[in-house]
Write a protein that binds this ligand. Sequence first.
Ligand code: 3PG
Ligand code: MG
Length: 397
Amino acid sequence: MTTFRTLDTADVSGKRVLLRVDLNVPMENGKVSDATRIERVLPTIREIADKGGKVILLAHFGRPKGPDPKESLKPVADELARHLGRPVGFAEDCIGPAAKAAVETMRPGDVICLENTRFHMAEERNEPDFVKALAENGDIWVNDAFSAAHRAHATTEGLGHVLPAYAGRTMQAEVEALSKALETPRKPVLAVVGGAKVSTKLDLLGNLVRKVDILVIGGGMANTFLAAQGKAIGKSLAERDLLGTATEILAKAKDAGCEIVLPVDAVVASEFKANAPSRVVDVDAVGPDDMILDIGPKSVEAVGEHLKRARTLVWNGPFGAFELTPFDAGTTAVAKQAAALTKSGALLSVAGGGDTVSALNHAGVADDFSYVSTAGGAFLEWLEGKPLPGVEVLRVR
Ligand code: 3PG
Ligand code: MG
């Protein structure tokens, strides 16, 4: 495995450090509703500032098609300042005179945030002139935005070709955790893949059956596999045009020696609604009006037995409709067991993806996992085995 330059070897003192962070945080009524991503970048900001670097934050927010006050980073920068406990300056553009003027007044240890990089369409196109304009304000580039590393944009990738490039502490921790889980894992490796659709996770399933020893399939996508095995699934969510694909994945897993674990029982209801009257049935006994909304207790137990054998867990996607009680029970039970095994030292557990993180928070165990990634798309692409441009550019060649 190639390595990265990290902050251990970066000489930041007195330098202008362009620090790419992911501040793409959820907002409700103009307020940050989940500050996890903000919390994650604080150590890198503090370390650079405390070593006398000038911290110039680069980040995108939303998907604007040009400048748009509704997608300004200013409120996020203010929230960041509160978490950091230090002032964070702001410049109304990430290049040009506004950025230049703000950077020129900085002293060692200062922190400023430049406006949303996506106000320039050249950011996503990774245009050389834009990269050059950004680089004028920096001596080195530090990338701490793993969750945006699947984008080959100017600030996530382009800058790495024109400035000395380093991984920030969050990037470093993320890549180390993910490598431990899939590249050099303790075996057996168990992957849990849940979520609604097989179609969005075809590449991921294809890659995982070659890499892991046990693949536990849950969520709506398990229904497609059950249907492919000829089981009646009633009114359950499934992709009936993908039964052939599901069968192929099962065959691939067999060839690769990967054991596939599907639900053996299910919690079914006739409506998709919180507290809808429900019952537990074996997967062979799903009625025509039944909708599978969670795995049942026998399945939870079976997954638990596999977990006890495993040394490494990679988790993406919930088992059931975890946002509706009581259909969160399966996901919560498995999450708690994984957390307990992790705490006892028996398991290295890595989880990621938007829904997964909410499900683990809901179960109250996110802090007990070995590593929880805040990445959505980047985590999925990593599970698919794809190189991430924002990580590749950091490798020492
Ligand atoms: C995310 O929120 O997943 C990252 O910040 C990347 O955002 P994007 O999907 O808009 O590129
Ligand atoms: Mg996204």
